[in-house]
Design a binder for this molecule. Structure first.
Ligand SMILES: Nc1ncnc2c1ncn2[C@@H]1O[C@H](COP(=O)(O)OP(=O)(O)OP(=O)(O)O)[C@@H](O)[C@H]1O
Ligand SMILES: [Mg+2]
Length: 187
């Protein structure tokens, strides 16, 4: 079974987009130093949120049974994120409040052999920008090297992209979007 951290991040961001949120934020930070190589991501939405019981159910691995989406290559959802983080020396945290929203954070040790690969940020950002639902999405990406200062740091707003491209419905816009997202990564 092959999956990437991107699959996990996309799935958690999709939950945010499906939560009724106006705003979904995705923050991805990579840190490299002699002591650690870590990726940390946070998805924050201002959607419907979850009460204690709903959150309990949503994080219970026995609820994700592969019945709803038998075609998927991985069992997605929060239980899968939790399991993957815990099995690879990482961790996670979820804060949720009914009527207010949800914040999911997870971190992974990039030097742990059980951490799935992390790749293609432009493709990841393009996928989540196309989710229907939130009026605004704020995507932020930081990469820090050994000296502690970022060698990559950029932010993308869905409304800016839509303002520039008109829509994300046609092939031409998607090609422009792809090139733009790649250019941010290559700076
Ligand atoms: N950000 C969120 N805001 C509100 N509810 C959430 C959020 N994330 C998860 N949930 C709740 O947890 C449930 C389980 O989430 P999970 O991602 O495992 O499955 P799903 O989204 O229902 O289906 P799938 O992801 O397989 O399409 C959701 O149906 C929803 O009720
Ligand atoms: Mg989901």
């Amino acid at each position: 079974m092959h999956f990437t951290l991107n699959d996990l991040i996309v799935d958690i961001t999709q939950n945010g987009a499906e939560s009724g949120a106006e705003l979904v934020e995705l923050f991805i930070a990579e840190t490299y130093s002699p002591e650690k190589a870590e990726i940390r991501f946070t998805v924050r939405d201002n959607g419907k949120g979850m009460d204690k019981e709903t959150l309990q159910r949503a994080t219970d691995p026995f609820v994700t049974d592969g019945v709803k989406h038998p075609h998927r290559k991985v069992g997605l959802g929060l239980p899968f994120l939790i399991q993957t983080a815990e099995q690879s020396g990482g961790g996670w945290n979820i804060d949720s409040m009914p009527g207010k929203g949800t914040t999911v954070t997870a971190w992974f040790d990039l030097r742990n052999i059980d951490t799935p690969p992390f790749e293609d940020i432009p493709g990841l950002f393009r996928t989540v920008l196309m989710f229907e639902g939130p009026r605004e999405m704020l995507l932020r990406r930081i990469r820090k090297g050994a000296n502690g200062s970022p060698d990559l740091d950029y932010e993308i707003r869905k409304t800016d992209i839509l303002g520039a491209l008109g829509s994300l419905d046609d092939a031409e816009s998607l090609i422009l979007l792809k090139d733009y997202l790649q250019s941010l990564e290559d700076e």
